[in-house]
Design a binder for this molecule. Structure first.
Ligand code: ADP
Length: 351
């Protein structure tokens, strides 16, 4: 296409040179007039169009000179003409290749970006769905257990009405909790916010343990608390921080299953001004080396049916509160998980 256009342009120039310009430019007219065509062909069309136009120019120049009675081009002149033509052709060719490569690169980049957006969207959706399923599992299991227990009590000859009432009330509380989880996920999707308020750390933790163990059955697990009573007020989204404690307690109880000693220790310490550190320690086998360095990554699980999202969600929640979360081995051979929360009013270190 460009070769054709350049050839047409060249033809026009030749006619021009024959008609008028030869008088002013003399015998060099065909050469001088050929260059714009060659340069155009090189930079617009690339290597081959420039080669074709250069060859045509030499042929046309021969014809113009012969026709004008000025003799023919010598081999030296042809060589110089062809050499310059080739230089332009190479330059044009390189430019074309560069443009083609840049275009292919840009296309590939756009494709990769589209793939990345898609993958991150899927990840976010997967994590959200996993998180919701995981969080709802606790209250739903607890409701089922409370109602089962109530049903068994109702089957007795002398129904312990107070106890049944208590179990039904607890099931109701868990249903409300499930509703709050759904509501919070919806709210965080809508606004990407958390609802921070002043809370009692010991109160939040104990309530979460009650929910966790109520749902799973105590199964011989001894619970010990050791709270820093002088530094109990923290700034937290109650439901979210309880979700973290629930995850940690559930993991601890699962890790201790079948162990002769099943002891769960929870407590808090004011570690630096304005920061409360909470711990959840167990007497399980400790964190397995297979998962230790990826513990907080999503979808990393050491359990055959584990989803591996609990710890990643928990750390996200704590980090959204401006805190940190980590795990270490303890003296009992088990695992201790720590997280920090901001104390309300940025309280000073006590004791
Ligand atoms: P999941 O419980 O679904 O596997 P988590 O993110 O909660 O997902 O936990 C990831 C992995 O970390 C667990 O599968 C387990 O291997 C390990 N882990 C978590 N808590 C403990 C613990 N208290 N003791 C030993 N290993 C633990």
């Amino acid at each position: 296409m460009w070769t054709f256009l350049s050839a047409v342009g060249l033809g026009g120039l030749v006619v021009l040179s024959r008609l008028t310009l030869q008088e002013t430019l003399g015998a060099n007219a065909p050469f001088l007039l050929a260059w714009p065509g060659i340069i155009l062909a090189a930079f617009v069309g690339g290597f081959w169009p420039a080669v074709v136009v250069t060859t045509l120019s030499i042929a046309v120049a021969q014809w113009v000179l012969l026709d004008g009675g000025a003799g023919t081009l010598g081999p030296g002149a042809i060589a110089i003409f062809a050499a310059f033509g080739l230089v332009f052709a190479f330059a044009g060719g390189m430019r074309k290749r560069g443009i083609r490569r840049a275009r292919a690169y840009a296309e590939r980049l756009a494709e990769l970006q589209a793939q990345m957006v898609q993958v991150s969207r899927l990840n976010a959706m997967g994590e959200m769905a996993g998180s919701l399923a995981h969080e709802l599992n606790q209250p739903l299991t607890a409701i089922a257990n409370y109602l089962n227990a109530a049903e068994q009590l109702l089957a007795r000859e002398e129904v312990p009405a107070v106890r049944v009432g208590e179990l039904v009330r607890k099931a109701g509380d868990q249903a409300v909790r499930a509703g709050q989880i759904v509501g919070r996920v919806r709210a965080s999707v809508d606004r990407g916010e958390i609802a921070i308020a002043q809370e009692s750390a010991s109160g939040m933790v104990q309530e979460a343990v009650e929910v966790a163990l109520g749902g799973q059955g105590r199964d011989g697990v001894v619970v010990r608390y050791d709270f820093d009573r002088g530094a109990d007020r923290v700034m937290a989204d109650r439901i979210q921080v309880q979700q973290v404690v629930l995850n940690l307690v559930r993991n601890a109880v699962e890790a201790m299953a079948g162990r002769p000693r099943r002891e769960l220790r929870l407590g808090s310490r004011a570690i630096e001004p304005g920061v409360l550190q909470v711990h959840v320690a167990d007497t399980g086998p400790g964190i397995s080396p297979q998962v230790a360095d990826r513990l907080f990554q999503p979808f990393v699980s050491g359990k055959p049916d584990g989803m591996g999202v609990g710890l990643s969600i928990s750390r996200n929640i704590i980090e959204a509160h401006g805190g940190r979360m980590w795990a270490e081995a303890n003296d009992d051979g088990g695992a201790t998980f720590h997280f920090t929360l901001k104390r309300s009013g940025g309280g000073e270190l006590q004791g």
